[in-house]
Design a protein around this ligand. Structure first.
Ligand SMILES: [Zn+2]
Length: 392
């Protein structure tokens, strides 16, 4: 047998395992012979796969006491059921100013979540210590232990390479750290890691505004600016995991120096912090992103203008991506995704700078999950990992 046969057989085996687990799940309890009949697989295939699923503790055997000892064989029939698992998954979203942690059942229902403020410029150790504390608190509150946690996924607000290492100078104190490895002894499980925009993309694709869309760009517009690009249903990670870093596209050659070392990056020019700073000069009260959005709703002309200009700057970059990738949808998330003027600015620039066919093909919509997109994406990632581990 050559390698390709091995791969195809492996996939067939995974598909058959999934089929059997689905049949047992639907019926509650099933005998081996009934499972054979319903699956249409051969008796020996079912027997072999059931043996594996029992060994993997996906299925358990029950004695069928109701009809036991019928038919004179003297042996009670054995029924197969799913192991009743209190399993949970955990998603973690580390933002520039906050950490969110959520705990969900294996059916994807969020059971509990917590948020605490944090400055990303603190040392990673402080953040990871606090994370561990909140993680334990959530498990306690859910009556779960570390052994019930099937998978953990972690979103971080900066570039993460394919090995989970933070490589960029964007978060100077985290550079060179591998948070998943550092969290493993604290949580008792190694988290899957990706950057926050990629997690937000997974959130909107699984639970939000991008469900059922195969080609899209998710933009996280907040203190940082980043994107997740989905082509043909797959998130594009690129050669080293950092695909989608639109925040560091240069939009003003003589602009301010960016954390990344370049000048006039999109993020430096129109990130939330800069917008608040620009507006502050015209306001006596101390502004925040939330108060700026509230002023927009009240019809403040200056706020609408600054947010509209920011949208046009972001849209100018997205227009080029539309020409290159021809997405069906642009989903705008992050704290600024709630701004009508910002979305309008993006639409305007895409219409102006993308070629007409590409502009006509794309809708620009706000995210449905708001600032929880990254957390929900981390949960979706953990659930996907748990499922693939179960069926491997
Ligand atoms: Zn930059």
């Amino acid at each position: 047998m050559d390698q390709s046969d091995g791969g195809a057989l492996g996939r067939l085996r995974a598909t058959n395992r999934e089929l059997l687990v689905g049949l047992v799940e639907g019926a509650g309890r099933l005998s081996r012979s009934e499972l054979t009949r319903r699956s249409g697989l051969s008796r020996s295939t079912v027997s072999g796969l059931v043996k594996e699923l029992l060994a993997d503790e996906v299925l358990v055997e029950h004695e069928d006491r109701g009809t036991a000892h019928g038919g004179g064989s003297g042996r009670p029939p054995i029924l197969l059921g799913l192991r009743e698992s209190p399993g949970v998954v955990v998603g973690i979203d580390v933002g520039h100013r906050h950490v969110r942690i959520g705990l969900a059942g294996l059916d994807g229902t969020v059971r509990d979540e917590e948020r605490f403020d944090m400055d990303v410029d603190e040392t990673p150790d402080d953040t990871l210590d606090r994370l561990e504390e909140v993680y334990r608190g959530l498990l306690d509150a859910a009556g779960a232990s570390g052994a019930d946690v099937r998978a953990v996924a972690l979103g971080l607000p900066g570039p993460v390479d394919l090995e989970g290492r933070m490589t960029s100078s964007i978060l100077p104190r985290w550079r060179g750290h591998t948070p998943a490895v550092e969290l493993e002894p604290r949580l008792g499980i190694r988290p899957t890691v990706d950057n926050d925009a990629h997690m937000g993309t997974a959130g909107e694709v699984t639970f939000g505004a991008a469900r059922g869309v195969a080609d899209l760009i998710y933009v996280k517009a907040a203190t940082g600016l980043g994107a997740g690009i989905v082509v043909d249903g797959r998130l594009v990670r690129g050669g080293t995991g950092i695909a989608g870093e639109i925040g560091h596209v240069q939009v003003d050659e003589s602009g301010r120096v960016c954390r990344c070392g370049s000048r006039g990056c999109l993020e430096t020019e129109v990130g939330a912090r800069r917008l608040v700073e620009t507006l502050q000069t015209a306001h006596h009260e101390r502004l925040t992103v939330d108060s700026v959005l509230a002023l927009e709703t009240e019809g403040d002309a200056g706020v609408a203008r600054v947010l509209g200009d920011a949208g046009r700057a972001i849209g100018r970059v997205l227009a080029d991506l539309c020409n290159v990738l021809n997405p069906q949808r642009i989903v705008v998330g992050g704290s600024l995704g709630a701004s009508t003027a910002l979305l309008g600015g993006i639409r305007e620039a895409v219409d102006r700078y993308a070629q007409p066919n590409a502009a006509d093909a794309v809708s620009v919509v706000p995210g449905e999950l708001g600032e929880r997109a990254e957390l929900m994406g981390a949960l979706a990632t953990a659930l996907a990992q748990q499922r693939s581990a179960l069926l491997r």
